[in-house]
Write a protein that binds this ligand. Structure first.
Ligand code: GLY
Length: 555
């Protein structure tokens, strides 16, 4: 019986090229990345150019006011991971979002100045350049500077986003961020040009002074001054010059796991994403899902049940490993994972106890890009402001949005963050600690050969989006583009509901699962996966998600 294995939209064509490839969320950013490759830059050079370009032309998630993770595989087959996640400011404390009675103050961790973590992106780019860059840093940031001065052209989606958040920009900032607001309430439309001269000047300071161009001097002064300019005194931000000066991105060891002979190189803590991907795979490995089929009831059941168990573990055991002893060995132990599924039955849905209704915002606003070069280096980057346009705070005089990443901490035990994820002690706020993430930049190998690399935005839906694309390729034999375009589902323990991309699944299949006790809810989209695959003939295949503006460009 055909079970709704259609595509969400008309399938985007995969792009094939010999020398290099960039897949990112915005056409202009992919173009800028490829230009660097064409000039002889390597994948790391292109990464830096793409990241700064996204900060200009994709301000909803691209950033210099946020943070991210990079996982790479060099041409020599070596792996590396950079953690440039934001950190809690020195003055942060466990109860900073609670009132005197211990209740969560509405929106305090989600919008405005107090929601901001110390940004990591600029230090991240400089560290990547120091270790792997081949072209001068100034040549890599210059295209973004030019783009900020000259302006980028809005797509329909991004015009709609600027219009959607206009009132928030005006409400949350004490100044008017003119670059993102059209006068007299005229809405943005596709084809309009957005110019950002203040951001261009900030990027010039980074170009000319490196770290000091952002974490010290005029930019740092503007960030600290912005912290003191909320709409209400109680919402004042706490980032200081010392916080900015202290910030350091960290090189980490990748998390490595195996699934039926495939090697998976992914993100360790402070992300929960890599652990989640490997845990879910470990729990479903013994089930013959390839034989059952991608839209078989049993396939969905075992994936949903494994997701339920991962997110329950996430809430208790996962956090910044520099501050909390994450029991990684146990969480990824084969026997432990098999035991987790012992109470699962095909006869009825599992139950996520003590349900806290998560107030989930349908946010996709992180962004992932993947780049490969002619030498064989592959980089996989997920970067974020957290929610759409982060805290919505634009630094006056510096022209960029600041993140609202503090909401990724557990601000009160059991209280859901904007993705509906809950947590407790492990992910509690502490000064200098990194908030738990779900970002899952991932590389897949077989027999020591690179196969494909991918990642996604989408908060807690990131690990499950990456998981489904991985399974679509590895278990169900789909080409990467088709694997990405397949409709997705998502479960995260609490709330006890399975999210589905709206109208993309067979009604009969869903009714059968409902009879077993599963509850479903439609979402517009789940994840925006961008990936690159190496074809047998040695060429790169770039696969950009067809759900929005994501674009693969090769040469
Ligand atoms: N802010 C989304 C994440 O890091 O998972």
């Amino acid at each position: 019986m055909p079970c709704g294995v259609g595509f969400l939209q008309a399938q985007k064509e995969a792009v094939i090229a010999e020398n290099g490839m960039v897949t990112s969320a915005y056409p202009e950013a992919s173009r800028i990345g490829v230009e660097i490759l064409k000039k002889g830059g390597n994948a790391f050079d292109a990464l830096i150019a793409t990241e700064f370009a996204l900060a200009v032309c994709f301000p909803i998630a691209g950033n210099i006011g946020g943070g991210g993770f990079m996982v790479c595989r060099t041409a020599q087959g070596e792996y590396d991971v950079l953690d440039y996640r934001e950190k809690a400011p020195l003055k942060a404390h466990e109860k900073m979002y609670l009132d005197a009675e211990g209740n969560v103050i509405d929106q305090l961790s989600q919008e405005g100045h107090l929601a901001v973590g110390v940004p990591g992106t600029v230090d991240g780019m400089l560290k990547i350049h120091q270790k792997y860059g081949s072209l001068p840093f100034k040549d890599l940031i210059q295209p973004a500077i030019d783009l900020a001065y000259q302006g980028y052209v809005l797509t329909q989606y991004e015009a709609e986003n600027l219009n959607k958040y206009r009132e928030d920009f005006l409400r949350i900032n004490t100044h008017i961020p003119h670059q993102f607001i059209k006068p007299e309430g005229i809405p943005w439309k596709a084809g309009d040009t957005v110019r950002q001269p203040e951001l261009a000047q900030t990027l010039e300071r980074i170009r000319d002074h490196g770290r000091a161009g952002f974490y010290e001097g005029k930019t740092a002064d503007l960030i600290v001054a912005e912290m003191q300019s909320p709409t209400q005194p109680a919402r004042r931000g706490i980032i200081t010059h010392e916080d900015l000066k202290n910030y350091q991105a960290v090189w980490r060891k990748p998390l490595i796991g195996y699934y039926k002979g495939y090697k998976i190189i992914t993100m360790p803590p402070p992300s929960s994403g890599g652990i989640g991907l490997l845990q879910i795979l470990g729990m479903i490995e013994k089930y013959p899902i390839a034989k059952w089929g991608v839209r078989d009831k049993r396939t969905l059941q075992v994936i949903i049940e494994a997701e339920r168990r991962f997110y329950a573990d996430r809430a208790t055991h996962m956090a910044d490993a520099d501050f909390y002893k994450v029991p990684l060995k146990t969480l990824l132990d084969k026997q432990y994972l098999q035991n987790r599924m012992k109470d699962f039955s095909f006869e009825k849905a599992g139950i996520s106890e003590n349900i806290t209704a998560g107030n989930i915002i349908e946010s996709e606003e992180t962004t992932h890009y993947t780049i490969a070069d002619k030498w064989g280096n592959v980089v996989c980057v997920t970067t974020t402001l957290n929610d759409a346009y982060g805290s919505k705070v634009v630094v006056k005089g510096a022209g960029f949005f600041l993140n609202n990443e503090m909401d990724d901490f557990s601000i009160k035990p059991g209280f859901p963050n904007l993705y509906g994820a809950i947590g407790g002690k492990a992910n509690a706020i502490a000064p200098q600690k990194r908030m738990l993430s779900s970002m899952t930049p991932t590389i897949v190998e077989k027999d020591n050969q690179f196969l494909f690399a991918l990642g996604s935005p989408g908060g807690t839906t990131i690990p499950t989006s990456v998981l489904q694309v991985f399974l679509n390729v590895v278990e169900f034999g789909m080409p990467l583009q088709k694997a990405i375009d397949m409709p997705r589902f998502h479960h995260q323990w609490q709330p006890d509901v399975v999210f589905l991309e709206k109208d993309a699944f067979d009604k009969h299949l869903i009714e059968e699962l409902e009879k077993l006790g599963y509850r479903f809810k439609g979402r517009k989209i789940i994840g925006r996966v961008n990936g690159i695959r190496k074809l047998k003939n040695g060429k790169w295949e770039g696969c950009a998600d067809s759900r929005k503006d994501d674009t693969a460009i090769g040469y």
